[in-house]
Design a protein around this ligand. Structure first.
Ligand code: SAH
Length: 288
């Protein structure tokens, strides 16, 4: 591993080869890669890529009507996608972690530039691109070759080729080869089977973080952590309620995502911490 390089992001006018988000007046969103001479077609009309290439991020474009009809076409905004946009729009095999949880994971896992991080399994790469975006020096273990390939492609699409991201096709339940890790980040069904390996692979004080869909799994992980050289364990979930804000109608949106997953973190600590408390000789006893 080398020092985290972070991930370069494009700035300035929109360029050929970049992906952009086209947003219509009804907030329908389309992710499109800009190719000179190409065009974007939807029910709302046709937008030439050449009109977008060289335009500003956030610029407005009017679609030309198809089948020779006249009149003003529909309008689109064209924007560089955010990491959230990419996570929600990218091709996925496995279920991705949602942006609300990805943000919380960065803080709970204390991910920093140059942090040596092992992630398993990598699935579609949503968490990988988030960790890399925060500057992690990342290795992923993924048991399914098709997911490993998909994750690498998604990460390269989102962040370019220079992130140093490496994915190994292997079962993390069999062990971890990396040593002196700062963080181990898990999104798989039986993380308790990784606790022993993670205890060996983490540097003292390192953090294990696990994302799980059910509280039964979380309870099983928590009891294993207490007996495996970890301490300061915490579990939380993130409830995100968006609001409708329009004129005098200001209220919570009617719908929200009620449940995604539980995040659990723990620090690698002295194995003696959870042992039975020894009798501490009292000062009176020592004096006597
Ligand atoms: N966090 C990912 C989604 C992970 S889905 C994202 O945000 O996109 C869970 C992944 O763990 C799947 O791809 C599955 O193949 C992988 N997996 C399950 N058990 C595993 C194991 N023992 N070792 C490595 N990968 C495993």
């Amino acid at each position: 591993m080398s020092h985290g390089r972070g991930a370069a992001r494009a700035r300035g006018p929109l360029a050929a080869g970049e992906r952009v988000l086209l947003v219509d007046r009804k907030d329908r969103r389309y992710l499109v890669r800009l190719v000179a001479g190409s065009s974007f077609q939807s029910h709302a009309g046709v937008v030439e890529h050449d009109a977008i290439i060289g335009a500003d991020d956030g610029s407005e474009h009017v679609a030309r009507q198809r089948d020779g009809r006249t009149g003003p076409g529909r309008r689109f905004l064209v924007l560089r996608p955010t990491l959230s946009d990419l996570v929600l729009k990218m091709p996925r095999g496995a279920q991705v972690i949602y942006p609300k949880d990805l943000g919380a994971i960065l803080m709970a896992g204390d991910i920093f530039p140059g942090a040596r991080v092992l992630e398993a399994g990598v699935g579609s790469g949503a968490l990988s691109m988030t960790l890399l975006g925060a500057g992690a020096d990342l290795v992923g273990y993924e048991i399914r070759p098709d997911f490993a390939t998909r994750a690498k492609a998604n990460v390269e699409d989102a962040l370019g080729a220079g992130t140093g991201y490496r994915v190994e096709e292997r079962d993390v339940y069999d062990g971890i080869d990396e040593t002196d890790l700062d963080r181990v980040v898990l999104d798989l069904p039986e993380p308790w089977r990784v606790v022993g390996h993670a205890a060996d692979a983490l540097a003292p004080g390192g953090i294990l973080l696990s994302y799980l869909p059910t509280i039964n799994q979380t309870a099983e992980l928590r009891s294993r952590l207490d007996h495996g050289g970890f301490g300061l364990a915490e579990t939380f979930e993130v409830l995100r309620r968006t609001w409708h804000v329009e004129g005098r109608s200001v209220r919570p949106d009617h719908r929200m995502v009620a449940h995604t997953g539980f995040v659990t973190t723990a620090r690698r600590i002295s194995a003696r911490w959870h042992e039975e408390q020894e009798a501490v000789p009292s000062e009176a006893g020592l004096a006597g």
